[in-house]
Ligand binder design. Structure first.
Ligand code: GP9
Ligand code: MN
Length: 618
């Protein structure tokens, strides 16, 4: 019977076979999926089948001509999905999600490197179609299968899908329930199935708002109230009444701090500035697909960003209790300075929801060919012009400045290149150090300017990196830079550290501190509010004051990885945070912490998807 079926349905069987092989080929060559054992390799090899067999099987219900058309169309579409994911992955080391497709206008950076990422080898992926077409002409047509054969076919399909799922559960228990890590999902359930799963999740999330009511907030409040840490008495209100000047350092990771290239410091100014500030050297970025906008979101709300897409796009109509709104009740004026189009990341809409009073976008700056590079106005000019505008703001103010020069592809004019490029096989990393060096110089001028215009003394100055600049695609070069033989998953998490520097003139210069407790962007809101003398008790937030003595040092990344002073959990493995040693009894050590991490992420998602803060009445 089996042989009979293969013979009769040769076109279907070949179509499945070719698509299966192409998918596996792309898994291996197009993505860098971390495979830890033979079971994972087997799952990866088999998982395309649990999608292809049932979907291609639809053709069994069609007439001969439609059948071939259907199979060829499905082949073309799935090949297109493979190529699109390959290109996207090459840039973001991530898979496409549905919300990302609606942010097409933000994929500017991708556009510039499209040519570089479009590999001519992709053409090979269409060769099977030519072969199928040729064979179709030579071989006689197939007979329509019997009902019994179709039944048997779908029983086999279900069997393979269940087998795939069972193997996946064996390797990664509660896979679908804790599915924050897209790589883990794709590795187990498969790429096409992941897209389906994403579609279902997105639809489910959309319905959450309609079914939510006031009671939905109760469990969340229980959690956040129990998690609240009292401010440290000595720190509370030390910056009361001061302006806040918060500078987001584009793509700046902690690994450049105190490092040299050819004997020259990459961040000479910051290295000195840190010595007069509170510097957090174990502070993690928690962004996801929304990049800079996610970092703005986390800092403003002490909530996690969305797993798929950017909240700035998908949830811009929600109610938020942002730091801007809290400070406005304390007579602060808020302003954002960013020399880019105001629509980028949907900022013009989202800033309204966050309660930001003024937005100085590219139209408020003097931008010329001479003072621009790459993404636009150079940081030195941007910060200088912002300082001038800031001087005119009513005080106290909370201003947020977003730099741009140190953005991929890290281009810089020769005259601004203050150190040599790094020497490795990654052009990107090589250039990166020069744009970070330029940004550092711009910050030096900025502080000097604030001193000149009188704002410095009355302000708290915060510098924070928004997200990584060097992706895992450059791991070999990064390993060379860091003097390591390879970059392990442990290292990848540790590379998510970004600098957080809090400088309070008159205070931190007298008593600077380097704080190595684990923290993340989610902690910024309560930390700053407490420094400004505003208690956050009762607020819905997932962060804790970094200075609090009650705080548990903990940072959860959006993909479910987490870090404490002792442990680091990622990709289903538990490490010693300090040494990087893999702890075999991972389940006990990291288990309960993993539950806490997942609970935080899920509760935060509930708030965002249900727009629950509209029920918050305090
Ligand atoms: C664009 C700037 C950079 O306005 O914020 O965005 P990114 O690509 O880093 O998210
Ligand atoms: Mn950014």
């Amino acid at each position: 019977m089996k042989e009979h079926f293969f013979k009769k349905q040769w076109f279907l069987c070949l179509s499945i076979f070719f698509m299966w092989m192409k998918t596996y080929f792309i898994y291996k060559l197009g993505f860098h999926l971390q495979i830890d054992n033979a079971l994972q390799e087997l799952i990866l090899f088999l998982n395309p089948l649990s999608f292809l067999i049932p979907v291609f099987g639809i053709s069994l219900f069609c007439r001969e001509k439609t059948k071939r058309l259907f199979l060829i169309a499905a082949n073309v579409i799935l090949t297109g999905i493979l190529i699109a994911n390959c290109i996207f992955y090459g840039f973001y080391i991530d898979f496409i999600t549905i919300p990302v497709l609606f942010q097409a206008k933000n994929l500017g950076g991708l556009g510039s490197s499209f040519q570089e990422l479009f590999n001519p080898l992709f053409i090979v992926l269409f060769f099977d179609l030519a072969l199928l077409a040729w064979l179709a002409k030579r071989r006689k047509t197939e007979v329509k299968p019997s009902r019994k054969a179709i039944k048997l076919y779908y029983t086999a399909a279900a069997g393979i899908a269940l087998f795939n799922l069972a193997l996946s559960e064996l390797d990664q228990p509660k896979l679908l329930a804790n599915s924050f890590d897209r790589e883990v999902l794709v590795k187990h359930i498969g790429l096409y199935q992941f897209h389906l799963f994403d579609g279902i999740t997105q639809t489910f999330n959309l319905t959450q708002k309609a079914v939510a009511d006031e009671n939905s907030l109760a469990t969340i409040e229980n959690y956040t109230n129990a998690d609240y840490s009292k401010p440290n008495k000595e720190m509370f209100g030390t910056a009361k009444g001061r302006n806040v000047i918060f500078v987001t350092l584009e793509s700046t990771q902690s690994f450049v701090i105190d490092e040299k290239v050819n004997g020259k410091e990459i961040t000479p100014f910051l290295n000195q500035f840190i010595k007069k500030s509170y510097y957090f050297d174990h502070f993690y970025q928690q962004t996801e697909q929304g990049k800079t906008s996610d970092s703005e979101f986390i800092v403003a709300n002490s909530l996690y960003p969305s797993l798929s897409g950017a909240v700035f796009f998908t949830k811009s109509e929600n109610q938020y209790n942002s730091i801007y709104k809290t400070l406005s009740k304390n007579d602060y004026t808020s302003a954002v300075f960013h020399a880019n189009n105001k629509k980028f990341w949907n900022r013009d809409v989202m800033y309204g929801s966050l309660g930001i009073d003024r937005f100085y976008d590219v139209d408020n700056f003097n931008v010329t060919d001479d003072n621009s590079t790459g993404w636009g106005l150079k940081d030195k000019e941007f910060l200088a012009q912002s300082a001038d505008i800031m001087k005119e703001l009513p005080q106290p103010f909370y201003s947020s400045l977003i730099t741009l020069t140190n953005h991929f592809p890290f281009q810089i004019d020769d005259k601004d290149r203050l150190i040599d490029e790094y020497d490795s096989n990654s052009e990107v990393l090589n250039r990166y150090v020069t744009t970070v060096r330029y940004q550092d110089e711009a910050l030096k001028h900025f502080i000097a300017k604030l001193k000149e215009n009188g704002l410095y003394e009355h302000s708290v100055i915060v510098f924070m990196g928004d997200h990584y600049g060097i992706s895992e695609a450059h791991n070999d070069a990064l390993a060379q830079f860091l003097g390591k033989s390879e970059i392990t998953p442990y290292d990848t998490v540790q590379l998510q550290r970004v600098p957080l520097i809090i400088h309070i003139p008159g205070i931190t210069d007298k008593k600077p501190q380097t704080i190595s407790e684990i923290g993340g962007q989610i902690d910024v809101k309560p930390t700053l509010l407490h420094l400004l003398g505003v208690d956050t008790k009762g607020m819905i937030q997932f962060g804790n004051d970094l200075f609090s003595n009650e705080r548990m040092p903990f940072a959860v990344l959006r993909n479910g990885s987490f870090i404490t002073n002792d442990y680091l959990y990622t990709k289903n493995a538990c490490y010693n945070q300090k040494t990087g040693e893999l702890l075999e009894d991972a389940k006990d050590k990291c288990g309960s912490l993993k539950e806490k991490a997942n609970e935080e992420l899920s509760l935060s998602d509930k708030i965002i998807n249900g727009d629950l803060l509209r029920f918050y009445k305090k």
